[in-house]
Design a protein around this ligand. Structure first.
Ligand SMILES: [Fe+2]
Length: 481
């Protein structure tokens, strides 16, 4: 499973859970605050009604002037008085005022309140199940313990409501009307229930919930995106770069190095990877040089040949603009180009006289022997074209395959010039080595026949620069901070 997928599968549920719980808590808090506000409103209204009732009771009730819609109290007979002008005044006790005020409030669509009792005088005050339950509890607990009342959220006629009911205490003024019901002072004789419509409040809560859900989704999206961006930039991208470099190392391509500039542990890891690879390469090339030095040592007159050919070949390749893996292959091929001579007998290898045809055949076989030695190694396979074909000629008259022109691997064309130049400038038991000028002239003479003209031109530039390695900087991937 990729790091990207692991991150998404881990962080997405975790962040969703955290944000979900957070917003659920916010929603519950706001819901409770709104409900608390409704409750405070209900209590305030109840207090107002109770104060109004107390004022009426303390003043022995009130009389209201006869008007359209103003009728006598049917439960209080003989309470109508008439003034000298013949106008009627109807008595209103607290209960009737309470009921008429409730009608006013309900008509305006605000709220309503009602008296209720277990001992009914007015059938309209018959308790609902909630009110009955509350009245029973109030009577069991007494007025003092139950004065806070009870509340609930429920539905009435399909509409959501909030209701708070508080007990009413029997006072002296109450006994005037209710004395015949057996009440005593201080008892609970009924209750006042405040009913507040909750439709708008519930709709508001629902809107809040929708807004919170969208806000939570947006926050989850933004947070995950931001985290993913950071993880991608700080971890995934550098790790991908290291993985790509490691894959190239695995494929024996050492031209690209880890080039992280993240300033953290991943940069240290990249540097450690580079250091490890360079040490491995140095160790590998050192072992190869030891092997080829052993070949060179068999003939004292070729001592150092491999190192010089390697230097010339790399300098020519740099003049041709090669870098990266092909430059590594050229250097490796130069180091190994004559490794096959390990399988050539000393009699042939060190013979000063002209070789016989069979001896020449045996000597020429060093390229195929060298190819056989390195063919099985992934690390060395880049050197194979150079090792096999460094004695080919540009005109097709070389060996072992008689390749010519562009058929020849460029590595082999470079090695042919470098190898020949060193051979001509080295002393042999049977001849003095040429000067570099003489050797260069000889190479120029064979331009287009033995040697690739393009390589000869590069060789001349390298020779004039004393074979200094003028390697162009490759474009490494660089990850800025
Ligand atoms: Fe050779």
């Amino acid at each position: 499973m990729s790091l990207r997928l692991k991150f998404i599968l881990t962080m997405a549920p975790l962040i969703s859970l955290i944000v979900g719980l957070l917003f659920f808590g916010i929603y519950q808090q706001s819901r409770q605050a709104i409900l608390k506000q409704v409750d405070v409103q209900a209590i305030s209204l109840l207090q107002q009604v109770i104060i109004t009732r107390a004022w009426i009771a303390d003043h022995g009730g009130i009389f209201v002037k006869e008007r359209p819609g103003i009728v006598a109290n049917p439960f209080l007979p003989k309470t109508v008085i008439e003034d000298r002008q013949g106008k009627n005044y109807f008595f209103r006790n607290p209960a009737m005022v309470t009921r008429e005020m409730s009608h006013y409030a309900e008509e305006k669509g605000l709220y309503k309140f009602r008296l209720t009792s277990l001992k009914l005088k007015n059938p309209a005050n018959k308790p609902t199940p909630f009110e009955r339950q509350a009245l029973i509890r109030f009577q069991e607990q007494g007025f003092v313990k139950s004065r806070q009342g009870l509340s609930e959220q429920s539905f009435q006629d399909g509409e959501p409501i909030y209701q708070r009911i508080v007990p009413l205490e029997v006072k002296l003024s109450c006994l005037e009307c209710h004395g015949d019901q057996g009440y005593e002072m201080g008892e609970v004789r009924g209750a006042l229930n405040m009913i507040i419509p909750m439709t708008e409040t519930i709709e508001s809560l629902q809107r809040n919930k929708t807004i919170l859900v969208w806000a939570a989704l947006a926050i989850v999206g933004v947070v995950i995106s931001a985290l993913y961006f950071l993880v991608h930039r700080l971890v995934l991208r550098p790790v991908k770069h290291l993985h790509r470099v490691a894959e190239r190392y695995t494929a024996c391509e050492y031209s690209d190095q880890a080039s992280l500039a993240t300033g953290d542990e991943l940069q240290d890891l990249g540097m450690a990877l580079n250091e490890m690879t360079e040490r491995l390469q140095r160790g590998y090339k050192g072992a190869l040089r030891s092997l080829t030095a052993a070949v060179d040592a068999r003939d004292p007159y070729t001592k150092g040949h491999t190192d010089r050919v390697s230097r010339y070949a790399v300098a020519i390749a740099c003049e041709l603009g090669f870098d990266g893996k092909i430059l590594d292959d050229i250097e490796l091929a130069a180091i190994l180009h004559d490794v096959g001579k390990i399988g050539i007998s000393d009699e042939i290898l060190k013979k000063c006289d002209t070789l016989t045809s069979s001896e020449r055949q045996a000597m020429d076989a060093h390229v195929s022997k060298g190819g056989a030695i390195i063919r099985e190694s992934d690390f060395l396979k880049g050197a194979l074209p150079g090792v096999l074909h460094h004695h080919e000629r540009f005109d097709g008259c070389g060996y072992p395959n008689g390749l010519h022109g562009e058929e020849l691997p460029v590595v082999a064309r470079i090695l042919a010039v470098a190898d020949t130049f060193d051979a001509m400038t080295s002393d042999r038991p049977y001849r003095q080595g040429l000067t570099t000028k003489e050797a260069a002239d000889e190479i120029i003479r064979n331009k287009g026949s033995q040697f690739d003209p393009m390589v000869v031109e590069a060789f001349l530039r390298a020779w004039q620069n004393n074979f200094q390695i003028r390697r162009e900087m490759g474009e490494n991937d660089t990850l800025a901070k």
